[in-house]
Design a protein around this ligand. Sequence first.
Ligand code: ZN
Length: 505
Amino acid sequence: MSLTTEQAYSDLLSETREAALLESCGAVLGWDEQTYMPVGGAEHRSNQLALLAGLAHEKATAPRVGELLQHLESTRDVPADSVMSANIREIRRDYNRATRLPKSLVEEMSKTTSLSQQAWVSARKNRDFAQFLPWLEKVTRLKREVAQAIGYGQGVPYDALLDEYEPGMTAADVTTLFEALKADLVPLIAQVRDSGRQPRREILTRRYPIPAQQQFSIAAAEAIGFNFQQGRLDVAHHPFCSGFGPGDCRLTTRYNEQHFPGAFFGTLHEAGHGMYEQGLDPALWGSPVGRACSLAIHESQSRMWENLVGRSQSFWKWLYPKARETFPEALGQTPLDEFYFAINDVQPSFIRVEADEATYNLHILLRFDMERPLISGDLAPADVPGMWNELSHKYLGITPPHDSEGCLQDIHWSAGLVGYFPTYSLGNMVASQLFEAAHRDLGDLSSQFARGEFQPLHQWLTTKVHRLGRKYPALELVERVTGEPLSHRPLIRHLQHKLGALYGI
Ligand code: ZN
């Protein structure tokens, strides 16, 4: 029986839609696990999630998907540069990745990473790298096997791992961008250090009552454009955003009465992710073009609202009077410029997730410098702490007192997330480059922010980025929207401009 192109495409989409529905059921359970589930539910929940993950994998690798793809790839009536051609390209990519991995390897990886995360929690608690080492060795070996199974053409094994998070990007692309970033960023941070200036840091650790923080954060997320009719904000130990599907996107944050920036900027960050999810085309949900483009593009949205908008002077010109009203005890006597300096404090520190907007990228450069040789075999897992400390000294000028503030601080490697870190700094670069383009298109954004107007920027991002989903690979999307290939320069310009004024450099 011969199938029309239209029929084959529609059948293919209903297959991917069902896989996406199963995945989104898993997302609801995952969200609940981290927010409201009682501890007693853990084992039953892990069975539920494993069943759903297995069913979704079966759907995604069904031979029928392969047949439909083959049929569509052999016809000539798929219009170039269409949603249809992009969906076929992306479903093929996902299908190849999923079917090239032997089931036994997937299962071994899943079992290993679940045990290795437990070992990591305990090793980090005990500051004992030796306890984690056998697991790091095992995860590294399995990730190398994954890279071999997936393939990497003329490139390097790391490419196959990076491609999971940043489709189409290679280690060589990232190296070029990161080397350029490093060359400009390291001296800039040294200038900040040598300026001798520093803000009054205690401003941010005064008493900020939690109910007031809650109200204040929600109001700010709503003002920048997160739609609470189609989303919620709850409390979780590790902040995240989970888009369940059209009309339902969940954000989480965590509160500390003695630390204002954590919950507030965390909420803006997750709201930025959430606005991306809310801006995807609901009619295309369940197909690749109805999904976020890549992790770097996702991160560009969160970083833009957190840093480029939320830590700007004009944003606080608008919001500071309200902040003083909400937190009279903490901020009643503090002028705006002192508060603004405090939220833009640049200071090398050990922990990535607590790092400022500038030094954060050095934490990523360090991890990228280690992951590549770890996967190629040039770096033995046993030598990880030594190399970590050496690079920390080289980039940040500080050496961690113990491995829990060094190579044991992140969950990623224990969870098998190798190739993930670069997307954070790529996201920072993309954010600055998109922001410059928005500024060109929309006029003076600062005066809009100072009036509390965020809709023009939100609308611009929705049209130029969110609605396109996965239609173009990340690097192509950035070039189409901004007219330039992705570069570290807009990020450096942004930091030079802001830090120049604050630190007199
Ligand atoms: Zn993020």
